[in-house]
Design a protein around this ligand. Structure first.
Ligand SMILES: CC(C)(COP(=O)(O)OP(=O)(O)OC[C@H]1O[C@@H](n2cnc3c(N)ncnc32)[C@H](O)[C@@H]1OP(=O)(O)O)[C@@H](O)C(=O)NCCC(=O)NCCS
Length: 158
């Protein structure tokens, strides 16, 4: 929900600050995140995992249209996943995917796609564990702090 915008920004900003996981190097401020969420179509959304103690967002998974302008790709979802460091490896990513995938299927997607940095072997292992298959690699696709990295492409057909 747009009310989660600040929490989502905090999680994504934390991952961006780590520099090693994502091509996102600057998270949007909460205001822009909120505007983005309000502008999402009815088939898109951000799933969040909340800390039971204080309701803060500890993990989130984005489900967006792969292309917002090409009807020919309206069956393809784009995914992004962010978990706060102290909550990683406890099954949150897997649980988020259960919710995201169910929502994607109900909303008419038949395929999901994701790009992961070549050096991010943990995330590649995560997406493979969900059933995604590697389907390509773009070499030198990102440069973060002067260091080039590949982007590995994964896809899953529902
Ligand atoms: C990658 C990430 C989303 C995974 O979420 P998570 O909640 O830590 O993952 P889960 O605990 O649900 O693990 C699910 C499976 O993923 C794989 N996995 C998760 N972390 C892993 C790691 N560090 N090394 C290898 N495999 C890993 C395992 O197969 C695991 O299954 P198992 O526990 O039965 O072995 C999370 O660690 C994260 O946010 N990392 C930093 C940001 C990032 O890289 N995002 C992806 C950018 S595209």
């Amino acid at each position: 929900m747009p009310t989660d915008a600040q929490g989502i920004t905090d999680v994504v900003a934390g991952v961006a600050r780590e520099r090693i996981h994502s091509a996102i190097t600057n998270a949007w401020p909460a205001r822009k995140q909120r505007e983005f969420m309000l502008a999402q179509s009815a088939r898109e959304g951000v799933f969040v995992a909340l800390n039971a103690d204080d309701d803060t967002v500890v993990a989130c998974q984005f489900l967006d249209l792969y292309s917002s302008i090409l009807p020919a790709m309206s069956h393809v979802a784009s995914i992004g996943t962010f978990v706060r460091p102290e909550f990683r490896g406890h099954g949150l990513g897997k649980q988020l995917w259960r919710a995201t995938k169910a929502y994607a299927v109900v909303n008419g997607y038949t395929k999901a796609a994701i790009q992961v940095r070549g050096s991010n072997l943990a995330a590649q292992s995560y997406y493979k564990s969900l059933g995604f298959q590697e389907c390509g690699r773009m070499k030198g696709q990102v440069v973060v702090d002067g260091a080039p990295d590949d982007e590995v492409l994964f896809e899953m057909f529902f």
